[in-house]
Design a protein around this ligand. Structure first.
Ligand SMILES: [Zn+2]
Length: 202
């Protein structure tokens, strides 16, 4: 069965966080699931990301890794990104060793790009761009280092995804109100009714 990379899966708001969110329920290992456990999902994610991340990258095609080492590098960047920004979302800021690990990985990846690769996308010319998914995800993370952006990164209490809260007063509580917000509301309703039933001896 193929997996639907719909708008909800891109609730992270920026490519770096969307990539980190290809693992769900990260904070409860027994429930945790990796959407890339089937590597065939990587190119499908790359294609959907180009569509959902146009605001961040313009008209772009993300080249997914195809080789085994290429996929392994993407996974390493994904995990380093998650570690770095999850700590930041908890109010711990950027931690030296975690930041260094992220930058070292990124440095290797960027170094493998061809010399004429444009890294400052989207271009003002509006021309369609192309970039490897792994490099793009790393650069997307680098763009979050600005303190005013960093403090907008949050953790969804329902699915544990990381998301960028772009709302004016930083009031977003869920990665996606329609999915995680509604689930929490339904749970509260159930709890209340459960307690009511108990009290009335039903
Ligand atoms: Zn969520």
């Amino acid at each position: 069965m193929t997996f639907d990379w719909n708008a909800h899966r891109f609730s992270g708001g920026v490519l770096a966080l969307d990539l980190a969110n290809t693992v769900i329920f990260r904070e409860t290992p027994e429930r945790s699931q990796d959407r890339f456990s089937d590597p065939a999902e990587v190119p499908r994610f790359a294609m959907a990301a180009a569509n959902f991340r146009q605001g961040e990258w313009g008209d772009i095609q993300f080249r997914p890794p195809v080789s085994q080492p290429g996929i392994a590098a993407l996974m390493k960047v994904r995990e380093a990104t998650n570690k770095l920004f999850r700590a930041a979302a908890r109010g711990e800021g950027l931690r030296p060793r975690t930041l260094s690990a992220f930058l070292r990985l990124g440095s290797e990846i960027v170094c493998d790009e061809p010399d004429d690769q444009k890294l400052t996308l989207p271009q003002s010319s509006g021309k369609a761009g192309e970039l490897s998914l792994t490099t793009a995800a790393f650069l997307s993370g680098v763009r979050l280092f600005e303190p005013s952006r960093l403090e907008r990164i949050k953790i969804c209490p329902n699915c544990h995804w990381l998301y960028f809260d772009g709302s004016r007063n930083r009031s977003r509580r869920w990665c996606d109100m329609r999915v995680c917000g509604n689930r929490a509301k339904a749970r509260r309703h159930y709890d209340r009714n459960g307690r009511l039933a108990e009290n009335s001896g039903v």
